[in-house]
Design a protein around this ligand. Structure first.
Ligand code: TYD
Ligand code: MG
Length: 453
């Protein structure tokens, strides 16, 4: 019988130890080190059969001599997905899609797989073929090019891949896979590492793109070692509030494109629908004017996006006033309140302030500062802002209104959606002529107060 070899892994960061210890040296967390059985035999899997090719020695080459013909990407029918990836799926790439349970990862990738005009293999270790069929019927009832395999052993998956020769492989999810060469249970650090590296070898050597689904832990990281994120080419994050219908797909890492792009989806009874004009859905079109609401023009990736900021200012019931922000940085909210207090003389010290970005999205663009201030002022005075006003500027510590990037794009988006006035910084230079929207340039918070009252 082969000797059983074990190693200790930190379940938090993936660090490896020869002996058990209470605290992980590298991430300092306690009680996360677990013994896992690692048994290496001589390999005759994908790895072993291809180990010859890794002996190939590569030579240095002049950068000008390297062939730079643009790689042809696989275009999916999902335009948002293509854009987040930087223009489609790159052949031979390994992509990891992370997200909370139930957010729609399986739905998104099944939908992409079903609509591809290529031969796709969807490997599921989580659901039965029937379950997937039921889901497929919800999202797209007719397609013949997508094969479903329910299997968790990588060696068996590779066997099927060899006979099927798919153009693209989807794995749902990496935590359910296990390889024969490692004896610990599926989902353990050593298994995840091993399975990912087998899949990576397969992807690189056959130029078949592989998309992995990864679970995330309570604190929002992809379960498994950080090294998993280093191994793959692209890390996508699917997020959104499960109680809201909107889902946001963003790239946290992308070797083939920018990480600025963002895809927005709406979860419907028949699967995920791309939202091509997000501003229209994120803003509640109300007839009556409500105090405490302000519209901000932000940029998500390269796209301007109008969002609604809601503030509620009320008298504090308890000694310490509460400040709470949803979708916005709470520290920044405190800073803006301090600026308001100091520069505009508003006594907010004895007031509770609640701030909410509607639609369940999180924004970190500083250009929404001005809208936050306007919403707070409006709620404090209990007077609605004019419905057709919108804001795009950063607010500095001395109450100055600071310029933001790509202001012209923001102005045009606001104009397109029918807003009558946009408040921006005096220091933003713009060359737009004859806009239907009134461009109101201000330089200090006091200016804003004057305009709004
Ligand atoms: P799922 O893709 O299973 O999530 P994940 O793989 O990330 O865990 O999505 C599950 C949720 O999506 C589930 O709560 C039901 C909902 N859903 C719809 O609302 N409409 C649909 O057409 C489908 C397929 C799912
Ligand atoms: Mg799933």
């Amino acid at each position: 019988m082969a000797k059983v070899k074990t190693t200790f892994f930190c379940q938090n960061c993936g660090a490896q130890y020869a002996k058990w210890q209470g605290q992980c040296n590298s991430c300092k967390s306690w009680n996360t080190i677990v013994e896992e059985v690692v048994q290496k035999e001589d390999k005759n899997s994908w790895k072993a059969s291809t180990s010859k090719s890794s002996k190939r020695v590569s030579k240095p080459m002049l950068i000008n001599e390297i062939d730079s013909t643009k790689e042809t990407r696989i275009q999916t029918t999902d335009l948002e997905f293509n854009r987040v990836l930087g223009g489609g799926i790159v052949p031979g790439s390994l992509t990891l899609l992370g997200g909370e349970p139930g957010i729609g990862k399986s739905t998104l990738l099944l939908q992409v797989a079903l609509n591809l005009p290529y031969k796709t293999l969807y490997v599921s270790g989580e659901e039965s073929q029937k379950q997937i069929k039921m889901r497929a019927e919800r999202v797209n009832p007719n397609n013949s090019n997508c094969y479903i395999l329910t299997e968790t052993k990588t060696q068996n998956i590779f066997k099927q891949i060899e006979t099927l020769e798919p153009d693209i492989v989807v794995i749902d999810s990496i935590q359910t896979l296990h390889s024969d060469y490692i004896e610990s249970s599926a989902g353990s650090i050593s298994q995840i590492k091993e399975c990912t590296s087998e899949l990576m070898k397969f992807a690189k050597e056959t130029s078949t793109p592989v998309v992995l689904i990864g679970h995330i832990t309570k604190d929002g990281h992809i379960a498994g070692p950080k090294i998993l994120e280093h191994m793959v080419d692209t890390v996508l994050q699917f997020e959104g509030d499960r109680n809201h219908v909107f889902r946001i797909l963003r790239a946290n890492k992308n070797r083939f494109g920018s990480t600025n792009e963002l895809g927005i989806y709406e979860m419907q009874g028949s699967g995920l629908r791309e939202v091509s004009n997000p501003s229209e859905v994120l803003i509640s079109k109300k007839d009556e004017e409500l105090s405490g609401n302000a519209i901000a023009v932000t940029l998500e990736g390269m796209r301007p996006l109008l969002i609604e900021v809601q503030a509620l200012v009320s008298t504090a019931v308890y000694g310490t006033p509460q400040r709470s922000a949803t979708g916005f940085n709470a520290k920044r909210l405190n800073m803006l309140l301090a600026v308001l207090e100091k520069r505009a003389g508003f006594r907010l010290g004895a007031k509770d302030v609640f701030l909410n970005i509607t639609g369940g999205i999180t924004v970190d663009d500083p250009a929404i500062d001005l809208a936050v201030i306007a919403a707070i002022l409006s709620s404090n005075e209990d007077e609605a802002l004019q419905k057709d006003f919108c804001f795009a500027a950063e607010v500095g510590l001395s109450g100055e209104i600071r310029p933001v990037q790509r202001v012209e794009q923001r102005i045009l988006e606001a104009e397109k959606l029918g807003y009558n006035a946009i408040f921006i910084s005096k220091y933003n230079t713009i060359s737009l002529k004859n806009t239907a929207i009134r461009i109101q340039k201000i330089s200090k918070i006091e200016d804003l107060v004057r305009f709004l009252t």
